[in-house]
Design a protein around this ligand. Structure first.
Ligand code: GLC
Length: 546
């Protein structure tokens, strides 16, 4: 293995951790998390072993979509800190060996952004065409992001009587990327944060950003070409800059977001299709849905990667499953109507859906970490936090971090009523689930994930190698083999709540395996290895050759 390869294209062997500064740690007792609080907790993250922190939006915002409605791209929400605090945080994270990426939300701005105030003021306004205006509404683009709140993607503005495009809420007008001045401004925003020390961006809503409906007549060529130029621009400003796109799109389109075979557009994309099939596999206790999707996914170019995940900060979207498949996942993991959202998603967290800490939850993590790509976690997953269904909408999963059993779970010293968001409840509240207790307990989920992260980092084959599926007789099993630089790793997981067995063919000259998670050696007989897995068991095996 050539381990030196893994540091230039660092994202291919990274472990990403998403966090929201607002709900992470409150240093001044006002009930809102802040950069000083995050800095104080940076050693928790370093100790966990994650290598890349993704910060959700922390910019000035009216906060009607949790900061995804930005009113100034060059600042910091004053409740969270200052630009100076951001720089101190970036420096501290770097000191602990962690890179930081930030959310780049440029499909739309807040309707309170000064650009929009100017744009809407008159038909002749200087920034009129920074947004997408029409004299009449349209049925295009089709589909609504928030069908419970919006009925159209076009909103009439009384000042001029025209309609503006908003792919998300009506208070989030879409920027017009057909306008070269808007594209230049997006580069400038990226350049600004790169200059402060970030290593790249999680790009919000990429398919909507590049969508031509409403602006087709104004744009020369394919907007994906522009994605390629953005990628080369960020690369010129900072050689290690990486673009990780939120792309929940149809299978046939995914490759183009990487830039086709050249891979010169997004470095990484979140693997939404893989994620949806993973949950279907977990619901059924069978490997088949995962096998099917993995065989169908496009080949990832050499420098690029999928970002794999179990859950993120949004609803668990199941929009690309069939209705009956979606019903299976709902029945298994979110049967109550209050757990469901938009008819296609679940507003629950991983640990709560999988019944809390136990073999099934641990298997799901081990399986996800072994899939081709770079694993990403959501804050609090490392201790198995649950949701708070009393909080409306997608916010149910964005509860404050639980540091201890103490007041407000150690998140803040404010009065409970002053917290930015209520804490998780029931069996998943801070009394049962918190960092301090799990640090002390060698059998805790935190210790398990710490070990899994370490072993994943020491197994670059999983992020770099080419993988092939292994057929097994038992449908409960999912097994695959990854080859990289002459090394072979086989991962096998049992998705069912009963024991299962398989016999693995390790290939020529194999005389045994190193069981990576158990850190134990096991001999093979004539290149074959019988494997018995407990209910929800899993193993990662590096093949030893003579
Ligand atoms: C993305 C974000 C989501 C946000 C939306 C609009 O989907 O993940 O949280 O509401 O974009 O910016």
């Amino acid at each position: 293995m050539r381990l030196d390869y893994t540091s230039d294209l660092w994202w291919k062997n990274a472990v990403v951790y998403c966090l929201d500064v607002e709900t992470y740690a409150d240093s001044d007792g006002d009930g809102v998390g802040d950069f000083r609080g995050l800095i104080d907790r940076v050693d928790h993250l370093a100790d966990l072993g994650v290598t890349c922190l993704w910060l959700m939006p922390f910019y000035p915002s009216p906060n009607r979509d949790d900061g995804y409605d930005i009113s100034d791209y060059y600042g910091v929400d004053p409740r969270l800190g200052t630009l100076g605090d951001v720089v101190e945080f970036l420096r501290t994270a770097k000191d602990r060996g962690m890179r930081v990426i930030v959310d780049l939300v440029v499909n739309h701005t807040s309707d309170e952004h000064p650009w929009f105030t100017e744009s809407r003021s008159s038909l002749e306004a200087a920034r009129r065409d920074w947004y997408v205006w029409r004299p009449e509404p349209s049925d295009h683009p089709a589909g609504l992001a928030f069908p419970d709140k919006e009925t159209s993607n076009w909103q009439r503005d009384r000042r001029t009587g025209e309609y503006y495009l908003h792919r998300f809420y009506r208070f989030q007008p879409d920027l017009n990327i057909a306008n070269p001045a808007v594209r230049d401004e997006i580069c400038k925003i990226a350049a600004f944060w790169l200059a402060l020390g970030v290593s790249g961006f999680r790009m919000d809503a990429v398919p909507f950003l590049l969508e031509l409906d409403g602006i087709r007549e104004h744009m020369d060529g394919d907007p994906k070409r522009w994605l390629q130029s953005l990628r080369s621009f960020v690369g010129r400003r900072n050689g290690e800059a990486m673009l990780l796109g939120e792309v929940n799109a149809a299978m046939k389109d995914l490759s183009s977001y990487f830039g086709g075979a050249d891979g010169d557009a997004l470095n990484m994309q979140f693997a939404f299709l893989l994620n949806q099939s993973l949950w279907l596999s977990l619901a059924r206790g069978e490997g088949e849905p995962l096998e099917q999707i993995i065989s169908a996914l496009p080949v990832v170019p050499h420098d690029n990667a999928w970002a794999t995940f179990l859950r993120n900060h949004d609803e668990l979207t199941l929009d690309q499953l069939t209705v009956s498949q979606r019903e299976e996942v709902f029945a298994a993991f979110g049967p109550k109507p209050g757990m469901q959202l938009y008819g296609h998603g679940l507003r629950r967290r991983t640990a709560a859906m999988l019944g809390g800490d136990g073999p099934r939850l641990r298997m799901a993590w081990s399986l996800m970490f072994s899939l081709p790509g770079t694993p990403a976690l959501f804050m609090g997953d490392e201790i198995g936090m649950g949701e708070q269904l009393r909080i409306p909408d997608r916010y149910a999963v964005r509860v404050p971090m639980q540091w201890s059993r103490g007041r407000n779970g150690g998140f803040s010293t404010a009065a409970a009523g002053d917290l930015v968001r209520p804490l998780a409840g029931g069996g998943f509240g801070p009394a049962a689930v918190n960092v301090a207790d799990q640090r002390r307990d060698p059998g805790s989920l935190l210790r398990f994930l710490r070990r899994l992260i370490r072993v994943r980092r020491e197994t670059p084959e999983l992020g770099w190698g080419s993988s092939t599926l292994i057929e097994t007789a038992d449908p409960a099993l999912f097994a695959h083999r990854v080859e990289w630089e002459g090394s072979t790793v086989i991962a096998i997981h049992n998705l069912a709540g009963r024991p299962a067995t398989a016999e693995l063919d390790l290939g020529p000259r194999a005389d045994g395996v190193h069981d990576l998670l158990a850190d134990a050696e096991e001999p093979a007989r004539r290149g074959r290895l019988p494997v018995s897995l407990d209910a929800y068991g899993g193993r990662w095996l590096r093949v030893r050759r003579r």
